[in-house]
Every structure is written in C-alpha cells, then in structure tokens.
Design a protein around this ligand. Sequence first.
Ligand SMILES: [Zn+2]
Length: 118
Amino acid sequence: MPTTPHPRRGVTNCTRCGAPIRWASGPQPGQRTPLNALPSPAGGLAAHTTGLGGLVVRELTPDRPEPEHIEWKAIAHWPSCTGTVDSRPSPPAVPIRRPARRRVANQPPLWGQGRWGR
Ligand SMILES: [Zn+2]
C-alpha cells in the first residue's frame, strides 16, 4: 500500500525557483534526482524513505507500474521548475564597480571667478 511522505522531513527548497523538493537517490545508480516534495499522481517515479532517512527513487516500469509497499508516486522536479528560464534577468554575481571618482580637492575659486556676469 502506497504511503505519503513526511510533510517536511527531508524537504528542502529548490535553489532556482524555491519550490519544496526532496533529493532522492536514483533512479540510476549513483544518480541524485530532485523530486517535487508532494506526491504526484502523474509521476513516473516511485520513491520511498529508507530506514536511515534517505530517499530512494525508481522508475515505474510496465512490470511494476504502481508504487509498492511504502513507495509513493513522485515526479522529478526539473520539468516543473520555473527557475530555469534564462530570459529572466538575474542579478549580477559580482556587483558592478563604478570607476573611482576623483575626489575634488578643496580648491579656492580662481581670481576673478564667481561673480562674473552678475
Ligand atoms: Zn525549481
């Protein structure tokens, strides 16, 4: 019987769009996949929490098309991530430095200047 994941445990925020996600191991060995934190019926993945608190994900396959036991249906975050749009302006990584302005010396007015024309 599928379960639902803990509402907050293991949940972090996507660094690109801020959406709540969970990092899972898989589906390929050694791979790390961000999942939407909430289960999705449209998901093509099944995730389950290990005894150590980690999250493991596998792909739903024709012979195992439904989440089993403690698995829940998950969807990878990338397709729904709204933070990858490159057209959005992003703040520059390094603040723009204006050329240092020469400090105006405290200079007395030249002789004859100042009142001319009045
Ligand atoms: Zn995102």
